[in-house]
Design a protein around this ligand. Sequence first.
Ligand SMILES: CC(C)(COP(=O)(O)OP(=O)(O)OC[C@H]1O[C@@H](n2cnc3c(N)ncnc32)[C@H](O)[C@@H]1OP(=O)(O)O)[C@@H](O)C(=O)NCCC(=O)NCCS
Length: 132
Amino acid sequence: LIAYEWRDRFDNTEVNGLHAEGFEHEAQAEDWWARVNHHSLGWVCAREDSELVGFVNVAWDGATHCFLLDTTVAPSRQRQGIGAALVAHAVALSKARGGDWLHVDYEDHLTSFYEGCGFVPTPAGLIQLYDD
Ligand SMILES: CC(C)(COP(=O)(O)OP(=O)(O)OC[C@H]1O[C@@H](n2cnc3c(N)ncnc32)[C@H](O)[C@@H]1OP(=O)(O)O)[C@@H](O)C(=O)NCCC(=O)NCCS
């Protein structure tokens, strides 16, 4: 059974580990707890027993625009509906907290995932600000 919790307490090592596994990068030592508490409307943790198996971060503009970031499910738990459930929780809670719009951007191969979660495609733009 997977439990989904808005603003759930987590250890930075849990989110750093999950993020590295999900996005296939070297493990980092980010202070996720400080970051999301200072800058996010909220976040959702998915836990199987006590193990963190999924995470999504809802950033915002302080008013009515919310932004979905860092959607991650542990590779061993993917394609079991956890990602869609995480996003559904993020949508419901963003709405409950007064959000009018939830934005997301993603690579082509995740179109079916996000459209399945209810996102409607719209023209959008992105600029890479860092140098390669
Ligand atoms: C994207 C991600 C969060 C999806 O999580 P998930 O738990 O596997 O997704 P779900 O099981 O809820 O998928 C629901 C539906 O979305 C679609 N879908 C999910 N992952 C997909 C993929 N990689 N390719 C194509 N369709 C996909 C399928 O239609 C799926 O239904 P099905 O399994 O019955 O076919 C997960 O693959 C992940 O963590 N990826 C690595 C990190 C990442 O790229 N995050 C997105 C940042 S924008």
